[in-house]
Each structure stands twice: as C-alpha cells, then as structure tokens.
Design a binder for this molecule. Sequence first.
Ligand code: GLN
Length: 260
Amino acid sequence: MSVEGESRLLTDIITELRAAGCVFAEDEAELLLRTAGTRAELAELTRRRVDGLPLEVVLGWAEFLGDRFVVEPGVFVPRRRSEFLAEQAISLARPGAVVVELCCGSAAIVAAVARAVERIEPHACDIDPNCVRCARRNLTDLGGTVHRGDLYEPLPGELRGRVELLLANAPYVPTDEIASMPPEAREHEPPVALDGGTDGLDVHRAVAAEAPEWLSPGGRLLLETSGRQAERSAAICAEYGLDTRVARCEETDATVVVAT
Ligand code: GLN
C-alpha cells in the first residue's frame, strides 16, 4: 500500500474508533494496522474493536511487565495493576522454587515470574477451559504446567507443603458492583473472573482456607485485592493462621496481601 493510502486508512480507522468511544484511538489504530496482514483483516479487527471487544483480545496479545502474552476471547486481560503482584513475586522467588498461580486466566503473572527468575517450577490452575488453553500457550515453553479445575483441586498432591509462592488475582468484585463496571469488562470478560460473591471476598476465603496446607515452611501467599477490601482480605488470611501485611503501589493503585 502507498504511504498516502496507508495514512488515509489510518485516519479512517481513527475516526471509527473515536466514534465508538475509544480514548486512545490513534495508538489503537496504529496497533491494529501493524497487526493486520491485509485490508480485509484490518477491517475485521476494527469491527471487533468497535463492537467493544477489549483491544488485547482483538490483537491476540497483551503487554505485561514488558513482555507479550497471548490473550484469547473469553480470557481475562492481564491488567497493568497486576504487574505489582508479579514484581513482588519476582523479588521473592528463589531459583528452583515451586510457584503456583490460582485462577490464572492467561497465566501472565506466573509466566512473567518464570521469565524473570531462572529455573522456577511454574504451575497454573483455572476452572475455565478457554483459560487453560490460553495459559498453556503462555506457560508451556517456560517449562510450566497448567491444570484444569477449581482452585487447588487439580494441583498434584505431591506439591502439598512445597509451594514457595502462591499467587492469585482471583475475582474480588462484589456481585452487585459488576453491573457498574465498564462494558468492556462486563460484557466481554468471563464473569467468573470478576464476581467474588456478596462482599467480593468469597474466593479469597477459599484460597486462604487451604493455603497453609500447600505452602512450604516460609512460603508466601500473594493475593491481589482492592484498596478498600485490603483490610478484610488480610483479616481473612489471618483467620487461617497466616501472618499478613498489605503492600500497595501508588502509581497503579495496586494492592496485594502478602501472607506467610
Ligand atoms: N476491578 C478489577 C479489574 O477489572 C477486578 C479484578 C478481579 O476481580 N480480579 O481489574
């Protein structure tokens, strides 16, 4: 395509994306243009974005901690906010450590840890078959294993008492707040990735309840939560005999409960 043809095409896409309410229309249009192989493909990608699919799902990848990870339809898009949890895990992971991500979605968190720390043994679990497939694409080449099932249930029994780091960005949105989330998340991400029950903490209770059984001596549980739920998430971990503290990142408003 001529440079002139390309810049006209770009202008058209920007106009379409703006009309659909995309805030970063210029950047998104560039990404779509670079990702599409043909004009027909570009038109299709633009249509899917205009229909409200998250940009990362349209592109098929998300950037997380400076690397690209595969994202597929129906899989929770890794958030910038969760990079804080991954960074905390990276700073704590020792070579050789067993690192498990529960409710893994794309498994970008444990995959980012596996890319940063040598020779860890990564595992990831998710109940959703789409997530399991997507997570395998991100984790298998890094030597990781993805298990399908609810929370700890699919983990091999031999990992009991051996998990040095247990990571989860589990659903923590209270059920009655889902309706007021942005339509991108509400309509195109799996509700099971967001809905944490009446007070949003049902999954945190279930994760904390079994954590002591799976953690190695000195092992840690790192749970993403929201600023306003942090004290309650921490209290839940404490109820199960874990020593807890809350870590916050002001820049991205990320909050992580660290329990040992
Ligand atoms: N509000 C969070 C988000 O969309 C919810 C994440 C979660 O429930 N784990 O990033």
